[in-house]
Structure formats: C-alpha cells, structure tokens
Design a protein around this ligand. Structure first.
Ligand code: SF4
Ligand code: SF4
Length: 358
C-alpha cells in the first residue's frame, strides 16, 4: 500500500525568497491545487493567540494560504471558536478584538475573520461546519495537557464550540494532593475559572466550578495536582481525535503545520515561555494524523534548547529522563493516544513518507 505523503521544507531561504512564498510553493507541491474550490467557502482554521502571547503563527502565513485559495477561485475566511475558560477569546466580540490586536485583519490577511458560534447538535463551531472546504493552519508547539499542540488539537479541540470543548474536557477534574501543596498559588493564576481557593493555606479545587481544562496540572511545579480520573488525559486525547474526524468528515480537507516558536504550552496562555526546540520547518498533507506524526518525529530528533522548560528539566540532576521531549517538558501529559486513536478510527495513518522540498 502506498504510504501517505507529508511534504516538508525547512526555514532556510534564498535571497529574495520569502517564507510565505516558500509556504505557497510547499502547499502547491503537496497538492492543494487538486481541491475544487471554485466559488466555495473555504475555512482556514487557525489560532489567533491569546492576548499577551506572541508565539502564534504570524498573519503573513495566513495570507499566503488565503492567496492560494483565492487563486483557485475559493472564498477564504479565517476562523476559530471561543474558548472554554475566561480570557480574551471567550466570546466572539473579545475574540475578534484579540485577533485584530494580534494582527489578523483584512489588510494583513486579505480575508475576513469569522468566529465560530454554537452548533447545538455537533458541538462544533457553525462557521467551520458551514464551509465547503476545510484547511487547518497549525502552529505546532508543546502543550500542558496533550503533550503537543498540533493539527488534531487545532481541529478537534479548536473547532469545538464551548459545549464541545466541555464535552472533550469532561472526563476528569483534578484534585490537589494536600501534602505536596506548598501554597504558592501558581495554579490559581493559571485557572481562568476561579475554581481554586486557599482557605487552609493549601490549594483546593471546587469541582462545581472547575471546567476540567487541566491547566493547573501543568502549572504546578510540585506535582501536587493530579486528575481524579487516572485516564482523563488519555480520554481527552481520544476525544480530540474523534472531534477532528467529525470536522473533517464528508468534505475536502487539507492540513498545514509549522514547527516554529515551539513554546512549552498552548497559545491559549497569555504568555509564551522560551521555545523548547529550534524552529524546524513547514509541513503539509491531506492526512492530519500523518502530519502530526511527522511533526512529532522531527521534534523528537531535534536538540533541546538550554534555558527553556525542557532544557531546565533535563539539566536537573534528579530528573528521570523519559527520552521524549514532550513528556520531559510537561511530565503529566499523554500524547500518543491522540495519534493511535486517530489511526484506529480511520482519520489517517501514522505511517508516512516524508517528501522534502528544497
Ligand atoms: S501550584 Fe501546586 S504547590 Fe502551588 S498552590 Fe497550586 S497546588 Fe499548591
Ligand atoms: S482544571 Fe484546573 S485550571 Fe482548569 S478549571 Fe479546573 S481548576 Fe481551573
């Protein structure tokens, strides 16, 4: 059986060749031209970055993809769905404002930004489901709950409405291991839902308020927060794959992922810590599972950056090395399940051929 192809190019450029132009060349080589976009609505799903975060993909890349869509007669728009937790992307108005401040406007991208609203049955953003063609444009980086934030995360969690995000996260709410808690309050600063209090000097999570997003688990440096359901992260990974399939099912899809500014956590954070890995390159494929697997494999081969979350962990004399950059950066994560489950349900293949474009 022929292997799925994933197209790759690094960030080297010749004189006068811009990176957006290189991205256009890559996605054409990967076959985006075979999708009939004539007169069709084409959703380009991306993450506009939380206010204060500057690791998200630059609008220039979105414009490159939108330009190619327009060349093919399509009507592109950029889209994302609202977040589960408070911040600048929790409702459509704030989200649009945040996208504008972060540089995503008509002038910079040449197309409109539409924020997904609630779709009652599928729990997927309506703007995404209304599109004839779906393109994911992903910033590949680390993630505090799912190990890496890649294409499946961008699609599955990213296209979920608030109800859909809740459904994916609801497999477990964390609790505090009181003996380990030092009362540093870092977890409460990360919790956008005000679910953590300190009445006894130690953290306590109110299960009635907690949304189960898991951000506090990654925030605690003392392993004092764990999920009540030991399989919660595993289940979350599987649900992300299933939501991705619901988004991609029944219409032409194409996927692009850029491994750049590999911050340890999601772009939903209002900050981005130093990259844990060097900038690696741009990838494109029709297969979202193969694309994520290729990004993972390239990242695992890369040299960790010193003075980063990953570099600091690996330098600790007492560190138990996992020989896995995502787990060594965020030890409580599970990530393989997303890819394994994605393959199991027929979303794509983890076996691929990497085609390198110079
Ligand atoms: S971050 Fe960890 S140690 Fe600090 S208050 Fe929260 S649970 Fe306790
Ligand atoms: S999982 Fe943690 S960060 Fe998320 S809502 Fe619950 S207490 Fe807050």
């Amino acid at each position: 059986m022929e292997k799925t192809k994933v197209y790759f190019t690094d960030f080297r450029t010749g004189l006068g060749v811009s990176l957006p132009d290189k991205l256009k060349k890559l996605i054409r080589l990967a076959g985006i031209g075979s999708i009939d976009m004539d007169g069709k609505l084409v959703a380009i799903k991306m993450h506009f970055g939380e206010m204060g975060n500057i690791a998200y993909l630059r609008p220039n890349y979105a414009k490159a993809v939108a330009d190619v869509v327009k060349e093919q007669g399509g009507k592109p728009f950029l889209t994302d769905c609202n977040t589960l937790y408070p911040g600048y992307r929790k409702n459509a108005i704030d989200h649009l404002y945040c996208a504008e401040v972060n540089g995503f406007g008509w002038m910079t991208t040449g197309c409109p930004v539409i924020i997904g609203e609630y779709c009652r049955t599928a729990f997927i953003g309506k703007s995404v489901m209304d599109a004839d063609v779906f393109i994911s444009l992903t910033h590949f980086k680390g993630h505090e709950a799912t190990g890496f934030g890649g294409t499946l995360k961008n699609i599955g969690m990213g296209c979920g409405s608030r109800a859909g995000k809740m459904q994916q996260h609801n497999s477990g709410k964390p609790h505090v291991i009181t003996d380990r808690c030092r009362g540093c309050r870092r977890c409460a600063r990360e919790c956008g839902s005000d679910a953590i209090s300190y009445d006894t000097g130690k953290a306590w999570i109110d299960p009635d308020i907690c949304k189960g997003c898991g951000r506090c688990i990654g925030a605690c440096s003392f392993d004092a927060i764990e999920n009540t359901n030991a399989n919660a992260n595993e289940i979350l990974c599987c649900k992300i794959a299933e939501y991705s399939q619901a988004v991609c099912d029944g219409r032409p899809c194409f996927h692009i992922s850029l491994i750049t500014d590999v911050s340890p956590n999601c772009d939903c954070h209002g900050e981005n810590d130093a990259p844990i890995l060097p900038n690696i390159g741009m990838l494109a494929s029709f297969d979202p599972v193969a694309l994520d697997q290729a990004c993972v494999d390239l990242c695992q081969k890369a040299e960790p950056i010193r003075n980063s979350q990953l570099g600091d962990n690996l330098a600790r004399p007492d560190w138990h090395c996992h020989h896995d950059h995502f787990t060594d950066s965020n030890p409580n994560v599970r990530w393989k399940e997303t890819l394994e489950h994605g393959e199991k349900i027929g979303l794509g293949s983890r076996v691929y051929e990497l085609v390198t474009m110079k």
